[in-house]
Design a protein around this ligand. Sequence first.
Ligand code: MG
Length: 254
Amino acid sequence: MPIELKSEKELDGMRLAGHLNSEVRSILMKAIEPGISGRELDDLATYEIEKRGGTVTFRGYAPGGKPPFPGAICYSVNEELVHGIPGDRSLEAGDIVSIDMGVTYDGWVSDAAFTMPVGEVSDVANALINTTREALLCGIESARIGNRLGDISNAIENCSQGYGIVRGYGGHGIGREMHEQPHIPNHGRKGSGIELRQGMVFALEPMLAIGNPETVELQDQWTVVMRDGSLGAHWEETVAITSEGPEVLTQIIE
Ligand code: MG
């Protein structure tokens, strides 16, 4: 079962972790331009998180015998979908880049990701990015008391507008740990799965592809790329289920 926050104080803990994530995400969004490398964005994220008293969640993460993840962010360009390692690869005009980042603050964890164009990109790339974001918003809208987990998955699927939905990766419970139960697929049947209750917190994260949604993991054991080399996009927010409805804890700060 997922974590259920028991008090307003616990919800406030998650809000602070989410807000810190949002602040640093805004800084990263403004820094993205042709010529900047993954390593530079990673250094910037680390600096800005630690300056605010947070800690980087991803660095050192090593599930299931994988090598420890070396970065503060996942940096995935074009055909790379998720879990890219930030290194020397620099962005070029016309690329799309996905940045995924976890922040821990006072023992609470937030997780959020965005995909954005670098300079001018094709209409096809823009449409993929926008639809993936809209699919996320559909999922968030369904994160309500009394709904079921499958309603979130189904809403994401229904808003995916015929793009390939990546299987095998998806959302998750989050709270004291980055990855908690349950796994949340980006496709599913309405009315299926656990009932959603006040205080549950989920990271929702649709991943859509222009082409075939099959993925491959590279030899670095982290980077996930589209098997056919086409573009993939990824958006993620951490969302709490409250009596007032879904509350996005990692809301983008414009
Ligand atoms: Mg996540």
